[in-house]
Design a protein. Structure first.
Length: 142
């Protein structure tokens, strides 16, 4: 448990470094990610891990090296790919073709090799599952 807390703090510190480099306040970054500013503060304080959608957006928009953020591997920014697609950094909700969605799913699946990312993705999926189950039950009652 103590190692997890230390790991969260280290990720939070690196997240803050990244945010400072891209010159965003917690409020600005929160608005960009569609979350409350408190979530950015919690990440930087080492209370929570950044979620998978946040990581996906920051990688696509800013080329944030997720391996650096989660484990100090490599440089803070990924080098641009030679054949960058025009959907890089695109909001996951605006995916308008099966090909784009498949590419996004593939990237998320590849991130699952990182234990902390897998934990975050699974937690998000379990929350979504519970929410959908509750909505389904409410509709049946209505």
């Amino acid at each position: 448990m103590q190692n997890l807390d230390k790991n969260k703090r280290e990720i939070g510190n690196r997240f803050r470094i990244f945010r400072d480099i891209i010159d965003r306040t917690p409020d600005q970054l929160a608005a960009e990610l569609g979350v409350l500013p408190a979530e950015i503060v919690d990440i930087e304080a080492g209370r929570v891990y950044p979620n998978a959608l946040c990581l996906y957006h920051l990688h696509g928009q800013y080329r944030l090296n997720i391996n650096w953020l989660l484990g100090r591997l490599g440089d803070i920014f990924d080098q641009p790919a030679e054949q960058e697609t025009e959907d890089a950094g695109r909001d996951y909700r605006s995916a308008d073709s099966p090909t784009v969605r498949l590419a996004q799913y593939r990237e998320l699946f590849e991130l699952m090799d990182i234990p902390l990312v897998e934990e975050s993705i699974m937690a998000t999926l379990l929350e979504l599952k519970a929410l959908l189950k509750k909505q389904t039950e409410n509709r049946k009652r209505a």
